[in-house]
Design a protein around this ligand. Structure first.
Ligand code: NAG
Ligand code: NAG
Ligand code: NAG
Ligand code: NAG
Ligand code: NAG
Ligand code: NAG
Length: 573
């Protein structure tokens, strides 16, 4: 008698012991600020309900407690003459903790960027910034960690000294490393995995106990990849190393305009074609990078010297050329690269030039997600140009262009890290961006080697774990294309494809996210249960009563958005 298999896919939400203190993913200008997150954490008098208790003057501001007509109490720094004339509070920061920070900020007039800064024994640490407005409260959300324990002074800084800085609902919440990684685990269980229940029954429908079940992952759904360049085309060792690891890629330079049209009218897609062909052969998805790049340093000479009228024609031709050529064959287009830092095209063609490029792009390849691609949004919170609220402002500007209200947009965060990562800030900035409800991809992740090979690998691991665990991150691409001269900033292997410490991190995490070790036996009711990462699987069942050594069947684990939903698959064997 041959057993048949029943497979139930159901999301079970018991079984995970969440820490008492959960992480708050919300962010947003409101008439009244929200309550401070985590009750204010270690901030004294976070809602200013006890006058100025706990608060003092920083540098030479005058500070004041005020109440709005609706009863809302807050603190004000006025008569400011230098950026750091402010309010402040002393806090004790511990080196092994991760701190989330949030505050609701308003300025007295117009709008002005305001940063939250901690003056510590080892220098100023930025926790985040927001462009605060007058007449409504903006949430500044960020975080920090310190490498030395000690007293610190929190203050708010704005270069515009003619505005008063108002603050309310200030929160600084420490988390232990254990609590932090427990939030990651919790989020992974919820967003990346599904609990799968398999039942073995015989032909009469009676459960078969003690059957051996083994579940093998064939493909992970979460897109995880790395950049490549034309060198891979002639290097089989590189090809083997790459294709056994990654499911998505970006071409380092082969789809850039300066590569495709170095001389006007002489288009060259040879390398891009060959790379795309290679990727297709191995079922590797490709992000199109990049239709246009705003940085004047990467504009080829002939383009830089065009009159605005001729530039408009050349740009239109460029967009049309590359996008028609690869239409429908890519999973993403970086339409405009680094527009928050540079604006070559806007400076020549007008302020709405970028928005018009997206409009054009959509008309050519409407089915592919169109990304803005930027650096420093998650990796350096001192860079005000690409801070999350500026990113959102740019998205609104693009969407506001006539005919752009239906754009399929995506958020591309490069992730070129030069300093030890600030995980609470990474998480907070993605929370803020998530309010746009668009797919968020990490597009060019690397870590500089400033701190030695071991630290580079350690930071890479911390960043990858944080990003993969964030519920709103849809995919990650590393920026480690190998060329004979090395990599841009971070290689994963040496020239012979032996892993470096960074490559070991990548393999360790691939193994972990592959959740490869689901093996066991069915219980007395014939059930076997496992929590599996979304992906393609093969399940094998064997039992002493079976004539053949085992029966195998493939199945796919997908996310179940509705908790009560239960999918039953009958596996015909
Ligand atoms: C405040 O900023 C000024 C420069 O604007 C600087 O000289 C001073 O050291 C800063 N004060 C503190 C306490 O950091
Ligand atoms: C500073 O803010 C005031 C009030 O909004 C505004 O009038 C002024 O232009 C701002 N100054 C700078 C340098 O942005
Ligand atoms: C802490 O970080 C600062 C830079 O932010 C660095 O100069 C210092 O050496 C570090 N100290 C330790 C103990 O790592
Ligand atoms: C379960 O099966 C294994 C062999 O697959 C056997 O050694 C073991 O005794 C069985 N246990 C029970 C409780 O039937
Ligand atoms: C945008 O989408 C809405 C709803 O899906 C549709 O009614 C409208 O025609 C679309 N507009 C354009 C310009 O495609
Ligand atoms: C699964 O894990 C085993 C042992 O840890 C290992 O030998 C095997 O290569 C892994 N399989 C996959 C597909 O990763």
């Amino acid at each position: 008698m041959l057993p048949s298999l029943l497979l139930f896919c159901t999301l079970l939400f018991a079984g995970f012991e969440a820490d008492a203190l959960t992480y708050d993913y919300t962010a947003s200008c409101l008439e009244n600020p929200h309550k401070p997150q985590y009750g204010g954490g270690i901030i004294i008098n976070p809602e200013l309900s006890h006058g100025l208790r706990g608060w003092s003057t920083f540098e030479n501001a005058k500070i004041e407690h005020r109440v709005l007509s609706g009863g809302n109490k807050f603190i004000v720094a006025h008569s400011r003459k230098q950026p750091n004339d402010s309010i402040s509070q002393k806090v004790y920061l511990q080196k092994d903790k991760l701190y989330t920070f949030s505050a609701w900020i308003q300025v007295s007039d117009g709008n002005a960027p305001v940063a939250a800064v901690f003056k510590t024994t080892s220098g100023q640490k930025h926790a985040g910034a927001v462009t605060a407005k007058s007449k409504c409260w903006s949430m500044l959300k960020g975080g920090l960690n310190v490498n030395v324990s000690g007293l610190a002074e929190l203050y708010f800084e704005s270069k515009n000294t003619s505005v008063e800085i108002w603050a309310d609902s200030i929160s600084l919440q420490p988390f232990t490393q254990d609590q932090w990684s427990s939030h990651q685990d919790q989020s992974i269980e919820k967003t990346r995995k599904t609990n799968v229940r398999i039942q073995a029954v015989d032909e009469q429908g009676s459960p078969i106990s003690n059957a051996s079940i083994s579940i093998l992952q064939k493909k992970l759904s979460f897109p995880f990849g790395s950049a490549i360049n034309k060198n891979i085309l002639t290097n089989t060792a590189y090809q083997n190393w790459f294709t056994s690891r990654f499911t998505v890629t970006t071409f380092e330079n082969e789809m850039k305009w300066y590569t495709n049209e170095p001389v006007p009218g002489q288009e060259n897609y040879k390398d891009a074609d060959a790379l795309l062909q290679f990727a297709k052969q191995h079922s590797i998805a490709v992000r199109g990078h990049t239709v246009l790049w705003e940085d004047p340093n990467y504009i080829q000479g002939w383009v830089a010297s065009l009159s605005p009228r001729d530039l408009a024609i050349a740009v239109d031709k460029r967009i049309n050329s590359i996008m028609s050529k690869y239409k429908g064959q890519l999973i993403a287009w970086d339409v405009v690269n680094e527009n928050l830092h540079s604006s070559f095209f806007e400076s020549k063609l007008g302020q709405s030039a970028s928005a018009s490029f997206y409009n054009r792009a959509q008309r050519i390849d409407a089915a592919t997600t169109l990304f803005l691609n930027e650096y420093n949004t998650i990796e350096d919170n001192r860079d005000g140009l690409s801070k999350p609220d500026n990113y959102l402002r740019k998205l609104r500007e693009i969407r506001g262009f006539p005919g752009n209200n239906n754009l399929t947009l995506g958020i591309g965060l490069q992730g070129h890290f030069s300093n030890p990562p600030n995980l609470p800030y990474i998480r907070a900035s993605i929370d803020i961006l998530a309010s746009a409800s668009l797919p968020i991809w990490i597009t060019e992740l690397d870590v500089a080697n400033n701190f030695g090979e071991q630290a580079q690998a350690e930071y890479l691991e911390q960043i990858l774990r944080e990003l993969h665990a964030h519920p709103k991150v849809s995919g990650i691409v590393l920026w480690s294309a190998l060329a004979p001269g090395g990599c841009y900033r971070m290689c994963l292997t040496d020239d012979n494809f032996n892993n470096l410490a960074t490559g070991n991190v990548v393999d360790k995490l691939r193994q972990e996210w592959g959740s490869n070790s689901s093996e066991g036996t069915t219980d007395t009711n014939g059930f076997f249960e496992a929590s599996l990462f979304h992906g393609d699987y093969k399940v094998k069942i064997s039992h002493p009563t079976m004539t053949s050594p085992f029966l195998a069947q493939s199945f796919k684990v997908v996310s179940t958005d509705h908790r009560s939903e239960q999918t039953t698959l009958l596996l015909k064997v």
